[in-house]
Design a protein around this ligand. Sequence first.
Ligand code: PEP
Ligand code: MG
Length: 592
Amino acid sequence: MAIILDGWPASEGIASGPVFHLEWGLPIVPHITISEDLVQQEIERFHEARLWATQRLQELKVRTAERLGLVEARIFDPQIMMLEDAEVVEGTVRYVRENRLSAERAFEWRMLELRDLWSRTSHPMVLDRLNDLEDLVVRVLHHLLGHHDPTDLAGIDEPVIVVAADLTPSLTVHLDPTSVAGIATDQGTRTSHWAILARSLEIPAVVGLGDITKRSKEGQSSIIDGRIGRVVLDPGPSELESFASRQHRLTSWESEINTIASLESVTKDGQYVELRANLDMPDEANQARKHGAEGVGLFRTEFLVVGRGTMPGEEEQYSAYKGVAEAFPSGAVFIRTFDLGGDKFPMFLHMPQEENPFLGWRAIRVLLDEPELFRTQLRALLRATAHGDVRMMLPLVNNVEEVIQVRGLLDEEAKRLADEGIPYNAGYKLGVMIETPAAALDAAELARYCDFFSIGTNDLVQYTLAVDRTSTRLAKLYNPFHPAVVRQLHQVARASHAAGIEVSVCGEMASDPLAAFLLLGLDITVLSMSWPSLPEIKKMVREVRIEDARHAAQKALAADTSRDVTECLVSGIGNSIDLTAFAGRWSLSGPR
Ligand code: PEP
Ligand code: MG
C-alpha cells in the first residue's frame, strides 16, 4: 500500500528512486580498551581510515571541480590537510599506545581535546579549523565503526532519493545530481538557502515532510514530485502510471523551452518585461542564457565563502565576477556582496552563536564590521566593472547611513585602483536589496543614494510577517500575498519610479506566475529568478495584458486578506495560465 506524504515544494521536477538516508551527525563511540598485542593493529586501522578519508576527499574535490569549478572544489582542502596534521595523527597514535584505546575511541578523544584547545582562542584562523574538524570527525568515525559514510553515494548504482532531517548549504553543494535524483526532508522551506541551491543544481526537492526520516526505510522505492510537494513511498501501479505521464509532460515541456527562450518577452499589449537570472554558482551562466535570461539580476557570491577554510582573495573573486560579466556581454549583471549570517556561515569568520541569526549579525552588518573582507570584495567588483555592465548590490540594507558608508569605502578603493593604474568603470553603479520593512518604508529616502533597487521578497516576506523563512511549522503563514507585502511592493515601486531608478524583484515571488502577474500590475517589469523558471514566466508574460495586470493589482491593493488578494489575481489572469501546477507553492494561492 502506497504511503503519500505531503510537504512543501522546494525544487521543481519529478524523480523516482530508492530511499537513501543521509544521517549527518556524530556516532556513539563505545569505550573499548585493547590488549597490548592489538596496539599495532589498531594503529594500522587508524592509518587506513586516514588514507581512506584522504582518498574520499580527493575524489569529492575532483568531482566538485568538474561540476562546479576549481574555486568550489577547494572547500575540501582544509580537511585533507588536517589528516596530515601531526597534532591529529601523533596524538591519536599516542592514545592507542599509552591508553590502550581502540582506534575510534583514541581518534574521538584526540579530536575532542583539539576542539577544546582550539575553541579557547578567538583567532579566526584557528576557529576555521573547528568546522573542518567536525566534518572530518563524523566521516572518519563512521568509517572506523564500519558504518556507511553518510555522504558517500559513490557505491550507489542507481540515482537515489536522499532523505534527511534537514540539509545545509555546504552539505548540498556536495550532492552530485547524477547520483541524487531528489531530496526529501523533515524540515526546511522553499526559501531555505540549501533549497535555492538544490534548484540551481536541478535536483527536485520536497521539504517540510515532518517525519519522512522515520516513516521511510532505506532502499524503499519512492517518487518525489517537487512541483506539488509530494512524496510517495512504495508507489503502486496507479501512482507509477501518473508519475510516468507527468514525466512525459515535463519532457515535452523541456523541448518547448528552446523555442520559448528565443521569443520576445512582451505582453499581449506590448509591454516589454526584462527577465534575468539568479545565479548561485558562476557556471550556471550558460544554462541561464539558454533558458532566455537577458542578464543576471542576482549573482549570490556566498559560494566563494561558505564551506571554505580561508577568505577568498581579490584575484579569485575578480575572475569569478569577470567570468559572469563576460557571459552576458550585452546584459546587466547585478552582483550581490556577501550575504553571510542567517543560515550561511563561512568557516573563517567567527560567527557568534545567536538566538535569532536572521535578526542578528547578517549581510551588510557583517560586511561593515569586517573591513578586510569587504574591501577585498569591493576591489574585485570594481575591477569587474571594466568587463561589462556590472552593478554592485548590497544585502539587507536598513538605512541610508549604511549606503553612505559603503559609498565612502568604494570611493577609497576606486581611488587606490586609479593610483595603481588598474582599470575599472568610474561610472560604477551601486544599489540595494529591499528586504526589510524599514527599507521598504524608507524607499524614497534610500532612492536618493542608490542607482537601483532590487526587492528580495524572500526576506521581505519573512521580516514583514515575522515568519522565519526556514521554519517548516510556520510555512503556511509565510505568505507573499499578504496585503502588507503587496502594499510595500507598491510603495517601493512608486518610490523608485518617482526617483527614476530601476526596480526589479529577485526573490522567489518572481518565479511564481500569479505573483509575477501581481508584480507586473505594480509596474515592476524587471524580474529575476532561478533560471529553470524563466521559460514558464516568459510564457505567462506573453499570454497576459499589462492593463489586466494593473487592474488586478489595483483591486489587490484594496483587499483585506491574502485570500482576497489571490482571488483578484486569479480572476485577472483569466484562463490563459494553468495555475494548478503551482497551487501548492504558496499556502493560500489555492488548494493543494
Ligand atoms: C531574497 O531575500 O529575496 C533574496 C533574493 O535573497 P536570499 O534569498 O539570498 O536571501
Ligand atoms: Mg535575502
